[in-house]
Design a protein around this ligand. Structure first.
Ligand code: NDP
Length: 347
């Protein structure tokens, strides 16, 4: 059920992927009554992933949409509430923070941002149609499916060269397609790729079309040399797009500290997930240009919920400051009350 109207809560979580949902599970179990604003297109990048084989706890592959919908159900079970709308505005200067969606206004004592990132795409219709059917944006996730196959990696940055090297563990042949004649990637990555006999290069080349030849899965690619204009059709089983990622952080531009690529900068204050604004935490791919895995996003969601909980309880998210005298006297008081409760209770 979509929450509407004027609402108040201890924590609002923005984003319904693995980071946001894990934050919701932890926050709900800490009785913070989280409201998750999951967006109109909830679920994040897992919703466009088929078999997930690297999320711990699943001996058999789990479908991305199933994994994320189970996380959502788990959060619901412990009391998280959901708004399936986008955030229209956030007032970071008011206390509590004030958020607006199409049909709700929410006052929140703390915020957890888990809006994720999206892989940049080439913009071809065939690419959109064949995503999860041979088109992938994550070699770590999908490389295993290309044992003894031929794959193309598009891009000339560190990610493309790293993905290409990784894919040679499985594939027989990996061709890097790059639009220029020099790489953006670091020299060491380029040398490593050049020394790998399984890696071939198509420089000054762009992808014109990804082909399925009526089979519904990738079977080839149409390339064009930008200098000669010559087109070439090649057979391949997979196309990995590695032309960069874009964090979903536009809403926070000018309000939180972002790095030059737009990732939210964390560890600004007293905890790993804290941002430049006290009481605002960020987790998952919107603050992670490096690991970008479902499991690391989930783990950082857990951290953000714990940091938010400490902030709400102690006015600081730091684990060292929560061990201060106030905490110790609180826990001593808690033990005495607990002991008295037991003593009074017939059970
Ligand atoms: P980058 O922005 O560094 O590189 C993107 C690449 O994709 C560029 O070569 C660019 O071409 C190409 N590209 C962009 N748009 C298009 C397009 N529309 N069509 C064709 N090609 C396109 O992104 P990465 O994801 O590679 O890296 C992001 C950051 O992460 C970097 O700082 C990188 O160093 C870091 N990283 C580090 C790794 C490591 O140290 N092991 C591994 C992976 C990433 P052009 O060069 O012409 O602009």
């Amino acid at each position: 059920m979509n929450l509407t109207g004027s609402l108040k809560t201890k924590v609002v979580i923005i984003g319904g992927g693995p980071a946001g949902l894990t934050a919701a599970i932890y926050a709900a179990r800490a009785l913070l009554e989280p409201i998750v604003i999951e967006g109109y297109f909830a679920g994040g990048q897992l919703t466009i992933t088929t078999d997930v084989e690297n999320y711990p706890g699943f001996a058999q592959p789990v479908q991305g949409p199933k994994l994320v919908s189970d996380m959502r159900e788990q959060a619901l079970r412990y009391g998280a509430r959901f708004i399936t709308q986008d955030v229209d505005s956030i007032d970071f200067s008011s206390r509590p923070f004030l958020l607006k969606t199409e049909s709700s206004t929410i006052e929140a004592q703390s915020l957890i941002i888990a809006t994720g990132a999206k892989a940049k795409m080439l913009g071809l219709d065939s690419e959109t149609r064949l995503i999860g059917r041979g088109v992938s944006t994550c070699a770590t996730c999908d490389g295993f499916f290309y044992k003894n196959k031929k794959v193309i990696v598009v891009g000339g940055g560190d990610a493309a060269l790293e993905e290409a090297s990784f894919l040679t563990r499985f594939a027989d042949q990996v061709t890097i397609v790059h639009r220029r004649d020099t790489f953006r990637a670091s020299k060491i990555m380029v040398s490593r790729a050049q020394a790998n006999a399984k890696i071939k290069f198509a420089m000054d080349t762009v992808v014109e079309e990804i082909l399925d030849r009526g089979q519904g899965v990738v079977s080839g690619i149409m390339l064009k040399n930008v200098k000669t204009g010559v087109q070439e059709e090649r057979d391949c089983d997979g196309v990995f797009i590695a032309i960069g990622h874009e964090p979903n952080s536009k809403l926070f531009d000018g309000k939180l500290d972002l790095d030059p690529q737009g990732y939210i900068m964390t560890s600004a204050m007293d905890a790993k997930t804290s941002t430049a604004v006290e009481g605002v935490f960020a987790c998952g791919d919107v603050q992670d240009p490096i690991y970008r895995q479902a499991v690391t996003a989930a783990a950082s969601g857990c951290m953000a919920a714990i940091d938010a909980q400490h902030y709400l309880e102690y006015g600081s998210a730091s684990s060292s400051s929560k061990r201060g005298p106030a905490t110790e006297s609180k826990s001593l008081l808690g033990s005495i009350l607990g002991w008295l409760g037991k003593w009074r209770s017939p059970l």
